[in-house]
Design a protein around this ligand. Structure first.
Ligand code: ZN
Length: 393
């Protein structure tokens, strides 16, 4: 057996109100000129305005909020212009996966020349000088990608929409202020889609063929938290939107579980991901589908493909949901049921993706790295079969 690496380095301050430790966290890093990086949606929220105001009382502070949709290189370059202009010495990444990823990419361009695509993973990539990277403090506002505990960023090319990976150990945020209160206002549909991204990370990480029992333990406990709390979080979000009474303690407890599960998912996928993510990455590239939603739609189809390769692992997952389960397929049935209860479409046609995209999706999925770690090898014909089943609904 080969020698493998186990690594869990992020410092996380977790709990309701953790965001209020921001000023002392900035000071602890010896920084004095923070620049917030966030998306347009977060920029308009009261808790964000209050956080910026409190920070401005202590430091010369800048805010860049030019992030929206699936983030592209030009957003990174505009953000780097803003952080350079401010002479920022720490970047405060606030938001979901997109905003945190852009903040990491801005950290690269803050003191490097060229464009962000020069640093994209590949044979011609320019080297990243870790000494030039300002520290990042991350405050996640969704419970899904867990980008706040990861060392890579996914940024799309402006013209081709191809997703590029920027990777460097220095992109790992120095400190995460994980505050479930900031996720309380997340709408039901985003809570469901991002929650399913977290679930997909946990499931795919557990199933990969890599050897990493520590990640396997984290993945199984994360799945237990999702099973316990994702429906409750979505239900509370729905009631909130409808003006119905919500049990505040129950809502916060569910959001805590999901924020933990999200970071556990991203920690577990140090062990790599699998075929679902290759399908989802192609859907984002070709059809601009939301990443979490793409995973949610594809997960059961991809797992039915995987079941025969690792039936004993599926049985272990099924027993997280029901200790008396004796068939691994029960776990896939649970995913299908959960997805329906969260009002997520059952297939790509229901999601509004045209079947005409099928021939374009396949080569992009084949070229994606994730499926190389899948427990069962995936050919172009396999992708065609998996997508075709997803288009049938
Ligand atoms: Zn994902």
């Amino acid at each position: 057996m080969s020698i493998v690496t186990y690594n869990f380095p992020t410092r996380i301050r977790f709990g309701a109100g953790a965001r209020r430790e921001l000023s002392e966290t900035i000071r602890s890093l010896g920084a004095a000129r923070p620049a917030f990086v966030t998306d347009r949606g977060i920029a308009g929220l009261d808790w964000f305005a209050a956080l910026v105001k409190a920070t401005e009382a202590d430091f010369e502070t800048a805010v860049f909020s030019g992030i929206w949709g699936n983030p592209v290189g030009s957003q990174v370059m505009a953000g780097a212009k803003a952080t350079r202009g401010h002479r920022a010495d720490v970047i405060i990444a606030v938001g979901g996966g997109a905003a945190v990823d852009v903040a990491k990419a801005i950290a690269v361009m803050h003191r490097h020349d060229g464009t962000i695509m020069d640093f994209a993973w590949g044979p011609d990539m320019a080297p990243i000088d870790a000494a030039k990277l300002p520290p990042i403090i991350a405050i996640p506002s969704t419970a899904g990608t867990g980008s706040e505990v990861g060392r890579s960023a996914v940024i799309s090319d402006d013209e081709t929409h191809a997703k590029k990976i920027i990777f460097d150990p220095g992109l790992l945020p120095r400190i995460v202020l994980a505050d479930p209160e900031v996720t309380l206002g997340l709408p039901a549909h985003l809570t469901a889609a991002t929650g399913f991204d977290a679930l997909t990370h946990l499931v795919e990480a557990f199933l990969t063929k890599e050897h990493h029992p520590m990640c396997d333990g984290i993945a199984q406990e994360g799945i237990r938290l999702v099973a316990r709390s994702l429906e409750t979080a979505v239900d509370c979000a729905k009631r909130q939107a409808a003006g119905e009474p919500v049990d505040a303690a129950q809502h916060l407890a569910a959001r805590r579980d999901m924020l933990d599960a999200s970071m556990m998912g991203a920690t577990a996928f140090q062990k790599e991901l699998g075929v679902t993510h290759s399908c989802a990455h192609a859907l984002s590239t070709i059809a601009d589908t939301h990443h979490g939603l793409a995973n949610a739609v594809m997960l059961p189809y991809a797992m039915r493909f995987n079941l025969e390769a690792v039936p004993e692992k599926f049985l272990r997952l099924a027993r997280i949901i029901d200790p008396k389960a004796d068939d691994g397929a029960d776990f896939i049935d649970w995913i299908v049921g959960l997805r329906a209860r969260l009002d997520i479409p059952p297939g790509l046609t229901a999601l509004g993706v045209s079947r005409d995209t099928l021939d374009d999706l396949i080569p992009v999925a084949v070229a994606d790295m994730c499926h190389q770690f899948n427990p069962r090898p995936v050919t172009a014909d396999d992708f065609r079969a998996i997508y075709s089943e997803a288009f049938a609904q």
